[in-house]
Design a protein around this ligand. Sequence first.
Ligand code: 2PG
Ligand code: MG
Length: 424
Amino acid sequence: MSRIKHVHARRIWDSRGRPTVEVDIITESGALGRGIAPAGASRGTREAIELRDGGTRFGGLDVLHAVQGIQQEIAPALVGLEVADQTKLDAILIALDGTADKSRLGGNALIATSLAALHAAAAQAQLPLWRYLSNDRPVQLPLPQVQIFGGGAHADRRVDVQDFMVIATGARSFVEAMEMTAEVYRHAGLLMKKRGASQGIADEGGWWPAFAHNEEALDVLVMSIEAAGFVPGQDVSIALDIAASEFGQNGRYTLGLEKMELDTDGLIEKLLRWIDKYPIVSIEDPVAEDDAKGMIAFTNAVNGRVQVVGDDYLVTNAKLVQEAAKQKACNAVLIKPNQAGTITETLSALTAAQEAGYATIVSARSGETEDVAIVHLATGWNAGQLKVGSFARSERMAKWNEGIRVETTAPHPQGFAWRALQRI
Ligand code: 2PG
Ligand code: MG
């Protein structure tokens, strides 16, 4: 147990070269915790609001007001507080901000502070974060979802679907999942080059695909899995983030690549055809965040055959998860700490999901940093799954490598959540 002595905030830079907030919290006995806010590009409208300065500097994205708010308002309120009392600390942050969407002090300021306190508490307890969070319950390393092609808002809408990902469903350890993914990623790159479809790398490290239509990405993904020597659907399966809010609202969806406009039923039919044709095990945001009817219809139509993940639709919000569970919309939730704004609210969304029998996937954002906290949250909270982006660029690899460290350093978690998808 130790009290907070210093709270220090600064502006640093994220993986897109944009400003973001970093907070250091130091306890009276000298333990240090550091939290960094990530940033999304395809954001749900109900997420905690990022406080950005506006104006022309750095495209209006500077965070000096958020940093100032931490120094002038948050720091004085936290100094002297017991660092391990996360619930109280987060309640103070929420009350200080005083808005429903965290727009006054900023969700970015709040999550960086909340995470810094969590790290400081773990450091104070002299435990790795995952172990501190596990509270001595048996927990497992998460099953990774890894992006191979980036599209949507992460690649200038070169393809409509945002994330074409793989899940190493045949892996029996985190290390093995990484080995299998590395081979698929490498072969996908070689195949893209051969087809003249390689245009570099998208925001999360996935190949930037010059494909003629969305299905070509699925075809090449299956070919990459085979070229890597794996059986699609057994060893390695496909997960998609459609991120449909980016190309549809009011029940109308415009697929730019296919020059096609679909209504909700049309989009659902298309996705169901993909599920029949390709080894797909997980689909995120299949319809837009305003399309509750569509989400219920899709979840009902797939009837447990695939994981249906709410991201923009549920924005890491316990109430929205509970409502969705009542309506039978989705059967899984993406958990992004900065959508909620504090660690306590993030954990309540995860708990609400676990109580509803939903699968949970802790996720990074498209704008990331060297911060590896999400790997520890996914493990320590026993989330079952982890989504980080692709298998390139150090802001992504830092997370995968941290998972390898957790798995190979004693004392270990109790194995690897290779059955995570079977819970659906
Ligand atoms: C998502 C994330 C990560 P962003 O939609 O799931 O891929 O993207 O951080 O841009 O919201
Ligand atoms: Mg998403």
